[in-house]
Design a binder for this molecule. Structure first.
Ligand code: GTB
Length: 216
């Protein structure tokens, strides 16, 4: 059965791949699984029909037969567990790749989201200029640690895994901030992720939604 995911009808990022359906699309492309997309307006996301799928009224969701999932990390893990290609075959390697998935979402993404929210929503506050460097320093700490661990390896733990897929997705949110450029190995790591054919297919598919909406 072809799974159906949800995505923004008109993404605020103008299809630059920053909304969280992108990581789900990328995972599906990595494992070669076709999928359908149901597009939602901001209003429709808050309707009871969608909240039955997603308690917080957000995207992405994932439906496949009787299964309905929300939370991009849980969806990527589900895809990775049911197909080959995103988790190592040995139990310890698998557990470590899953640890990197949690690290991306729990340890690296939160300070990045805090900065994004500050830049988008708090620019006019009198304390914004003082708060921003503090938020950026928190990100710098994490990036320094991650950069040290990655070293000159291609991926975080052996071959490309769902841990890398989520870590690259999270780091991509820093594009344009200059913070990633402070660590050439992390910039190269992100570029390696973006160069994967599956990433490109996923990116093009979500960009096409925005392009079509703008033309219509
Ligand atoms: N923890 C959840 C997950 O990982 O799935 C978070 C889901 C989430 O934040 N969804 C956002 C959403 O539905 C879209 S991704 N927001 C609408 C709402 O809450 O009403 C966050 C996002 C949105 C827009 C951009 N952008 O335009 O650049 C980037 C990221």
């Amino acid at each position: 059965m072809t799974p159906t995911i949800t995505a923004f009808e008109r993404s605020p990022d103008r299809g630059r791949g920053l909304a969280r359906d992108m990581r789900v699309r990328w995972a599906l492309e990595e494992v070669g699984r076709a999928y359908d997309v149901r597009l939602l307006s901001f209003g429709a996301m808050k309707e009871p029909e969608h909240r039955a799928l997603h308690p917080f009224g957000q995207i992405p969701t994932y439906q496949e037969g009787d299964l309905a999932l929300f939370e991009s990390g849980a969806i990527v893990l589900h895809i990775a567990e049911r197909h080959s290609g995103l988790l190592p075959g040995d139990a310890n390697g698998r557990a470590r790749a899953i640890a990197w998935m949690f690290a991306a979402l729990n340890s690296v993404e939160p300070p990045i989201v805090d900065r994004t929210m500050a830049v988008l929503l708090e620019r006019d506050k009198p304390w914004h200029e003082q708060r921003l460097p503090m938020l950026e320093d928190r990100i710098r700490v994490r990036l320094g640690e991650l950069s040290g661990r990655l070293g000159d390896a291609d991926w975080l733990d052996g071959g490309f895994s769902a841990g890398d897929l989520l870590m690259v997705s999270v780091l991509l949110r820093l594009k344009g901030s200059g913070l990633l450029d402070e660590h050439p190995n992390l910039s190269a790591y992100v570029a390696r992720g973006e160069a994967r054919p599956a990433y490109k297919r996923a990116f093009d598919a979500q960009l096409a939604v925005f392009t079509a909406a703008s033309a219509g």
